[in-house]
Design a protein. Structure first.
Length: 294
């Protein structure tokens, strides 16, 4: 049985690269160079005798072998995490929470003191991603995911649907007639985009130049500075709107194809802290009435 298993580091590199479909993203997660990640995966592929990725010009794509091997590796890591927590006595003490960066900053962080007051014995460890993994992140008990309906491979519960609309700084002069001439900002690879918002209200849209970034945190910061208009939705913008830091200059709000989902890992059901956080999260979101609804 000697050398029946590949080194743990190779497996971690494979899981991270599969999660991001990028050696660069994996390198960032693992605090390694891109070339080191690539070499570890080449070593793993040589060990297994089969390629795990198709190397495309702009992205990676899992091979059939990679698709088959990935859930095995993830399950093994989850077992290791659960076992390590049990041995170290932290199994019930720390709840591992994953969410995207913007949700963590603009929704979760301002409300965490309230959770702490209600559950002083529950300790959280919060990790953030620019984009969520396609599967539950390694070691996470709970994930709050912003996306289209997740695949059936994860247990997802709808938390909140939303509406999206342009926002800008107070006093920023803009009208529907000259909107397309202003600096416009948006997140890339979303269905709730400027063209869809215009089409939803039959607004003539000349396909102006739009600057795309990878997180709403950047587009909201630009809008806050008075640098132009960004698309936003209530879950991330309601606090800034109610504080008067941002305004929504137009009445039209479109239904957002993406939504927020709660994903629980199998081990979360055995953690009173994780279940308490999930219940609190549901309650907080349910209590916040959508201001676009009558």
């Amino acid at each position: 049985m000697q050398n029946a298993l590949p080194p743990l580091g190779w497996l971690r590199a494979f899981e991270a690269a599969a999660r991001h479909l990028s050696f660069t993203g994996a390198a960032r997660d693992l605090n390694m160079t891109q070339s080191a990640v690539s070499q570890q995966i080449k070593s793993l592929e040589a060990f297994l005798g089969t390629p795990l990725f198709h190397r495309r010009p702009r992205a990676l794509e899992l091979t059939e072998s990679g698709i088959t091997y990935l859930p095995v590796v993830r399950d093994a890591f989850r077992t290791l995490v659960r076992g390590t927590r049990a041995v170290t006595g932290t199994d019930q003490d720390v709840v591992q929470v994953q969410s995207n960066l913007t949700f963590a900053i603009h929704w979760l962080a301002p409300r965490l003191p309230r959770f702490r007051r209600q559950h002083p014995d529950v300790h959280l460890s919060i990790s953030t991603e620019l984009w969520e993994p396609r599967e539950l992140a390694e070691g996470a008990d709970i994930e709050i995911r912003y996306s289209l309906r997740p695949a059936d491979t994860v247990r997802a519960e709808l938390l909140r649907s939303d509406h999206y609309y342009p926002v800008c700084a107070p006093g920023y002069a803009v009208t529907l007639d000259n909107l397309a001439s202003h600096p416009l900002y948006d997140c890339s690879n979303l269905l709730c985009n400027w063209a869809a918002w215009a089409e939803d209200q039959a607004l003539a849209w000349p396909n102006p130049t739009i600057t795309y970034v990878t997180t709403f945190s950047v587009t909201l910061a630009i809008a806050l500075s008075g640098g132009g208009l960004a698309l936003a939705h209530d879950t991330i913008a309601a606090g800034l709107l109610s504080a008067g830091q941002l305004v929504a200059p137009f009445a039209h709000r479109a239904v957002m194809p993406e939504a927020y989902y709660l994903i629980l890992s199998p081990q979360a059901e055995h953690s009173s802290g994780a279940m308490a956080f999930a219940a609190w999260l549901r309650g907080e979101l349910a209590a916040e009435r959508d201001p676009t609804q009558p």
